[in-house]
Design a protein around this ligand. Structure first.
Ligand code: SF4
Length: 533
């Protein structure tokens, strides 16, 4: 009988994308994907470590699966596995811990081919590319010029095999398109960048995902064309630090850039519904640098027939004039800008080692808003960072209040072992951080309602989503607007269709709309979305 596997993902879109790539690895080796961990002979936990509660969720899930399916071989990978492999190896049922450093060959290791005996790894020698954990824990990586890897402890020698090495030395890129939710299979998410060269003092991500690296321009275009051929009409591109995407294999050749083709669809903005306008001359990059994010986006527009491209989070300093103009000038890019803010206080941003000041951030948001007045602008904000005073929090609250945000993601600071912030004095009491979080969530909720209300009575365009067969039980279809608002429309409409809808009101956090002309859909796709994953 064919062996079955199950991949359980935790955390961000990048982790979900890694999980999809892991599924491909096992399927290519003839194993079958199972629907639940209870049916699988091999269960892979693809973990996140961004907060202490993410760690706790992973440990609880591992224990639960081992209880329910004790014969399953449990393999733990992902960011938590990279940060604290021996902590995970000591959990009952865990057979192997394979860090991000070895994710690209996880199935091969898991199935035993070419696996090094444990003693070889523990000897401290680099063998077949593996580096013993103990050789990483002296505070420096083997190359000697890299920052310490926080949280890793020497192997005790009585635990299960651990495959973790210096993640900063790795240049492999693991990625496969993935969907945001199991029942929402209309908008694939393609990770095009991984790792981060910044060192924000609260963040453990660079230590567990390594240096910034990107999927090459040709590969991205290939993947998008594949998705378009399979029938997808909207694709999201994402990364750990997407604004740092660059194709180091290529040099820009500006003279070779063709003009951008006409749009294939209408948008909510009538001025852009007729097609792309000519890009400004200052959109062109110097000919000697590698192509950056705007060049990638331009290549997707020029070399694929993708109808809608959505850009996930981009750091404020990477929203260049060129990128803002490109997003504003084409209806083929969703009018949506997610710009992490973290704090409105200069002092807090400095302690966070963020690379911008509050006034830079404010200018950037105002510039994006001026270029795209109806765009959904969203932000991540952190409360309770060490030493955050009432006055500093008030600076953040005021900035949130004054800027035209459509939504907020509020996070409470969580100390991650080994990061600079974890050893800072004046940690904010949990009760204070909770109250600050409540204040910002409430403000974010109000801003979202104001933003949503501004569309009542207007026509918008939305893509219908899969949702348990495409419709809610009450005879409504779910859809997502160009500017990232969830919407419900009366009646059943096939998923993956662009519809023009008149917004009639709000129901909770969704718009309620009526499809224009009473017809089921304004445009239909000749293709059906049907990829094998
Ligand atoms: S930019 Fe800062 S917060 Fe974002 S992944 Fe890099 S280090 Fe972490």
């Amino acid at each position: 009988m064919v062996r079955g596997f199950y991949v359980q993902n935790f955390g961000c879109r990048a982790t979900q994308s890694d999980g999809a790539a892991l599924e491909r690895q096992f399927e290519e080796r003839g194993l079958e994907r199972r629907l639940t961990p209870g049916q699988a002979e091999i269960v892979i936990f693809n973990t996140c470590t961004v907060t202490a509660s993410a760690d706790q969720d992973a440990r609880a899930a591992i224990r639960r699966v081992h209880r329910e399916n004790p014969s399953a071989e449990i393999i733990v990978t992902g960011c938590y596995a990279q940060r604290a492999p021996e902590e995970l190896a000591s959990l009952p049922g865990v057979r192997r811990v394979i860090g991000n450093s070895h994710k690209h060959e996880l199935a091969r290791i898991a199935l035993g081919a070419g696996m090094e005996p444990r003693s070889a790894q523990e000897s401290g020698e680099s063998s077949a590319g593996f580096v013993a954990v103990k050789s990483l824990t002296a505070g420096r990586s083997p190359s000697g010029d890299l920052p310490p890897v926080p949280g890793q402890q020497p192997s005790t020698g009585d635990q299960q095999p651990i495959f973790v090495s210096d993640v900063f030395a790795h240049t492999d890129f693991v990625s496969a398109p993935v969907f945001d939710a199991a029942n929402e299979r209309t908008r694939p998410n393609l990770k095009v960048q991984d790792g981060c060269n910044n060192r924000c003092s609260f963040c453990v991500i660079p230590y567990v995902r390594g240096r910034s690296r990107s999927l090459g321009l040709e590969r991205v275009v290939e993947e998008v064309n594949r998705l378009v051929a399979a029938g997808y009409r909207e694709v999201v591109i994402s990364g750990i630090n997407l604004g740092r995407w660059e194709d180091s294999c290529q040099k820009s050749d500006l003279s070779a850039q063709p003009s951008v083709p006409r749009l294939r669809q209408a948008t909510t903005d009538p001025s852009s519904a007729q097609g792309l306008t000519t890009l400004r001359t200052d959109d062109r990059r110097p000919a000697n640098g590698p192509p950056r994010l705007a060049a990638l986006i331009r290549a997707i527009l020029e070399r694929t027939e993708l109808e809608k491209l959505r850009i996930s989070s981009v750091e404020p300093m990477d929203w260049t004039d060129e990128l803002i103009a490109l997003v504003a000038e084409t209806g083929r890019i969703a009018k949506h800008a997610h710009v992490p803010m973290q704090s409105g206080s200069d002092a807090v941003l400095r302690r966070m080692h963020r690379k911008y000041r509050p006034w830079h951030y404010r200018e950037k948001i105002e510039q994006i808003h001026a270029a795209m007045p109806m765009a959904a602008i969203g932000a991540d904000v952190m409360v309770g960072f060490p030493g955050e005073s009432d006055a500093e929090f008030e600076e953040t609250r005021r900035m949130v209040e004054e800027l035209p945000f459509a939504y907020l993601h509020v996070f409470t600071y969580s100390a991650r072992p080994g990061t600079a912030a974890a050893s800072m004095r004046a940690q904010v009491p949990a009760t204070v951080a909770r109250e600050r979080s409540r204040i910002l969530r409430e403000l974010g909720g109000q801003k979202k309602v104001w933003y949503m209300r501004s569309f009542v009575g207007k026509m918008v365009e939305a893509i219908t989503l899969h949702g348990q067969g495409g419709a809610c039980p009450g005879g409504f279809t779910q859809a997502l607007t160009d500017n990232y608002l969830r919407m419900i429309e009366e009646g059943w409409h096939e998923a993956n269709q662009w519809i023009r809808v008149r917004v009639e009101g709000l129901a909770g956090d969704r718009l309620v709309g009526q499809v224009a002309g009473g017809g089921p859909q304004v445009r239909t796709s000749p293709r059906r979305a049907s990829l094998p994953w």
